[in-house]
Design a protein around this ligand. Structure first.
Ligand SMILES: [Cu+2]
Length: 269
């Protein structure tokens, strides 16, 4: 399925007697795969602002064979009956940016210990990730893939910032532990786990990391959802989502959807 979907208020500014406002729109590609009792929705959204969103949705029905004790599930029948098993949905997306001359950077922002007039002073540091590595998220930490191929009109390198929201860790399997793994692109490294491509000795994203210098990085983005069933999951189950955005950062020198009255603003107004 492919269609345009409205996304609500996108930008607005009241300036003197003028109001410049715009509603957003996404081009959405969606497929549904029935896997056992679940139906998995694979969704890709291309935003009018250049944002790219990948999401996995789960709907269908709770598995009728996965009922358990009070310790491992939640009662969804009348009273204390029918404890549907809690479970994890672990998803990993393989992102090959294809921008040319790419590198990976990590940004961290932490308190300096200094206090300003009204609030604490924080400082942001940028760290290059030059070689294959498994990375872990932290408060105010994010990553981006930067291209040195063609800077924007301000001379800033173009990049996409990885933006993740809700994300339940699943540390029980090594390939599901890192939040982001960056590896050098290799055709046979297709899947994050159970990779059975005969060209590849490597079986999971853990094996793909062996210190190689990144010249053509691939991002393995892991987003987890721990599902504690609720009464409303029956039936059909309302879709639950997990995913991430790739947000354009300095792709263009200004907002490409600026109204003409604002198109000349670039830098201090
Ligand atoms: Cu579930």
């Amino acid at each position: 399925m492919r269609r345009r979907e409205p996304t609500g208020p996108a930008q607005r500014v009241a300036d003197g007697g003028n109001l410049y406002s715009r509603q957003g729109v996404d081009l959405v590609l969606r497929t549904v795969s029935k896997v056992g009792w679940y139906e998995y929705v694979t969704e890709y959204r291309f935003g009018d602002d250049g944002r790219f969103t990948a999401r996995l949705g789960a709907t269908g029905d709770l598995s009728p064979s996965d009922y358990t004790s009070e310790r491992y599930g939640r009662p969804i029948g009348p009273g204390a009956t029918d404890h549907a098993a809690a479970h994890h949905h672990n998803a990993v997306w393989r992102v090959d940016p294809g921008l040319g001359s790419e590198r990976i950077e990590q940004f961290d922002t932490a308190p300096t210990g200094q206090q300003g007039r009204r609030s604490a002073i924080l400082a942001t540091t940028r760290t290059a990730i030059p070689a294959e590595r498994a990375l872990t998220g932290a408060n105010r930490r994010w990553w981006r893939v930067v291209s040195d191929a063609a800077p924007n009109d301000d001379g800033h390198p173009r990049s996409y910032q990885l933006v993740t929201g809700a994300n339940d860790d699943y540390e029980s399997r090594p390939e599901m532990a890192p939040d982001l793994t960056v590896t050098e692109a290799r055709a046979c490294e297709k899947f994050a786990s159970f990779n059975l491509d005969p060209e590849c000795a490597a079986r999971s994203v853990v094996d793909y990391v062996n210190g190689e210098t990144l010249t053509e990085p691939v991002l393995w983005v892991r987003i987890g959802f721990h599902h504690l069933p609720r009464d409303e999951d029956q039936s059909p189950m309302r879709v639950h989502w997990q995913g991430f955005d790739l947000l354009p950062r300095d792709l263009t020198a200004t907002n490409p959807l600026a109204p003409s009255a604002r198109a000349s603003i670039n830098g201090r107004p």
